[in-house]
Design a protein around this ligand. Structure first.
Ligand SMILES: Cc1cc2nc3c(=O)[nH]c(=O)nc-3n(C[C@H](O)[C@H](O)[C@H](O)COP(=O)(O)OP(=O)(O)OC[C@H]3O[C@@H](n4cnc5c(N)ncnc54)[C@H](O)[C@@H]3O)c2cc1C
Length: 487
């Protein structure tokens, strides 16, 4: 095992020197990594759902076959089995963020407690309750329909890898208690008893507000339920235009169209068929590695018996977890935006980020040096300036949309879908009357200001992590405008 003294001395995740020189050990660990997301590689093949051909009528059209769209179709059918629902997916079900994420299924609807507290302090208790109900309902749906999405209600751990983060975590339980959120502070000894890493200085445990899932199986499971409930699903059928048609709407695809009184748009980070949504969301690329399965000795060397999801408390943080077959999924840190809302498949692989992630992985778990990564991939996160979902309607309420989950949509998309249906059906609920649902984020400016603003923010966040969390003028200005990232 190599000494990593230099890494720890300069901050655990900064300036190791190992990435720039393309260290042979890092290169070797990545040599055989497949470029297919592990979660999609791990799925049995199924018959594709055919294209939409010709013009059909329905009661509701859902655009998008990720979690948002699938939950919308599922909940619509559960509420009213006679409702005729068509779901259009531009490519294949769950290929995008929903099939390539970390699988942290959190109860938080607001991208974490801190972000919620910052933006919706008076609603946080209600939002926390709605979020817990939502997570319970996901678990219940999977149980009722016997979907094996490897759902494990493990809770999660935030770990401090620097002293300034220890202070932050220590304050959190008291702050949480004021808003009905239970969190436990763990000192160095207690966190080391959970998971063994030379970098951990303290931790924060959230016992039951986070579950882990197999993202690909979740998307596939929701799809299977939709089919069982009678939703008509068409893959390779992008909605290229929507327009009013009589009292309803017409959604056009390359080979056909669906006419329906109501349209639910759940397009994620992809350009919405509704132009007005586009400036609210930018694609920020996030990258992930998965190791080969750990041996019994490797498991023993790191502890982690309770299998919790883990994230470190840096601004640029890593998230990691065990899979059902005891691999470690390790993602995060770099968040990459490319000029002009880059979304192409060439962005799915980023060797310099994979090397950095591998370096940070071995800094965290030097016991595992020599292990190989079996998969490496990237995915675009639908980032909005308030870091949590927003909703809206158009065409006199005949169209509704949701987007902007910003990296915490695995659980929240079910809630987002329920609200989408409430808006379309003009139902007033505790959720629809919240500021959270009724307001929108600040839109992003056009290029080149968009790129410049995001790049300056990224660099400032990097500097904050290198200087004991100190936020510079730029970050403080964003904080004051309600655009600061803190979750
Ligand atoms: C690398 C990565 C890690 C993440 N980790 C986590 C995590 O651990 N926990 C968490 O909570 N969240 C995580 N997220 C975020 C989470 O995956 C997303 O918030 C969630 O999947 C969003 O689901 P969605 O259905 O809104 O979007 P998507 O999954 O992007 O689905 C949108 C679908 O709409 C389709 N579509 C778009 N336009 C059209 C059109 N015009 N016509 C037809 N179809 C269209 C697309 O093809 C796509 O399939 C992560 C995301 C990434 C990328």
């Amino acid at each position: 095992m190599r000494s990593r003294t230099k890494v720890v001395a300069s901050g655990p995740y900064t300036g190791t020197g190992r990435v720039g020189s393309a260290d042979p050990l890092l290169l070797a660990s990545l040599a055989n990594a497949s470029t297919v997301p592990f979660w999609l590689d791990d799925l049995p093949p199924i018959d594709p759902a055919g294209r939409l051909v010709g013009t059909v009528d329905a009661d509701l059209v859902v655009v998008g076959g990720g979690y948002s769209g699938l939950w919308t179709a599922l909940l619509a059918k559960e509420a009213d089995p006679s409702r005729d629902v068509v779901l259009l997916e531009g490519r294949t079900i769950g290929w995008a963020a929903s099939g390539r994420n970390g699988g942290f299924c959190a109860s938080s609807l607001t991208h974490g407690f801190r972000n919620g507290l910052e933006r919706f302090p008076h609603e946080l208790q209600l939002l926390d309750r709605l979020g817990r109900d939502n997570l319970d309902a996901i678990e219940d749906t999977l149980r009722r329909y016997e979907v094996d999405a490897q759902f494990e209600r493990t809770g999660d751990l935030s770990v401090a890898v620097e002293d300034w983060q220890v202070e932050q975590l220590r304050d959190e339980p008291a702050l949480g208690a004021e808003h009905g959120v239970q969190l436990e502070y763990l000192d160095r000894e207690q966190i080391q008893a959970e998971i063994h890493s030379p970098l951990y200085r303290a931790g924060l445990r959230d016992r039951d507000r986070v579950a882990l899932v197999h993202p690909g199986r979740l998307a596939r499971g929701l799809y299977d339920i939709c089919i069982r409930l009678g939703v008509r699903v068409h893959e390779h059928s992008p909605a290229i235009r929507i327009e009013p048609a009589g009292a309803g709407m017409s959604v056009h695809t390359p080979y056909g169209a669906v006419r329906a009184p109501k349209v639910a748009l759940a397009a994620g980070v992809h350009p919405s068929p509704l132009r007005r949504v586009r400036n609210y969301v930018v694609p920020v690329w996030d990258y992930v590695l998965v190791t080969e399965p750990l041996t019994a000795e490797q498991r023993e060397a790191i502890g982690w018996r309770d299998r919790q999801g883990v994230g470190d408390a840096s601004n640029q943080f890593h998230y990691y977890r065990l899979t059902a077959d005891n691999r470690i999924l390790w993602g995060g840190y770099d968040a990459i935006y490319t000029f002009g809302n880059g979304l192409g498949p060439e962005l799915e692989q980023r060797p310099q980020t994979f090397l950095r992630l591998a370096d940070h992985f071995f800094a965290t778990f030097p016991q595992l040096e020599g292990i190989q990564f079996s998969h490496s991939w990237g995915g675009a996160i639908d980032t909005c300036s308030r870091f949590c979902a927003f909703w809206g309607t158009a065409h006199s309420g005949r169209v509704a949309y949701v987007a902007g989950y910003t990296g915490l949509g695995v659980g929240a998309t079910r809630f987002g879908a329920a609200v989408l249906l409430d808006l379309l059906d003009q139902r007033s609920t505790p959720a629809t009357s919240t500021t959270f649902v009724r307001t929108k984020p600040v839109p992003f400016p056009p290029e080149p200001f968009r790129w410049a603003g995001i790049e300056i923010t990224r660099r400032s966040i990097d500097r904050a992590d290198r200087s004991a969390g100190h936020r510079d003028l730029w970050l403080r200005a964003l904080d004051r405008l309600g655009l600061g990232f803190d979750s």
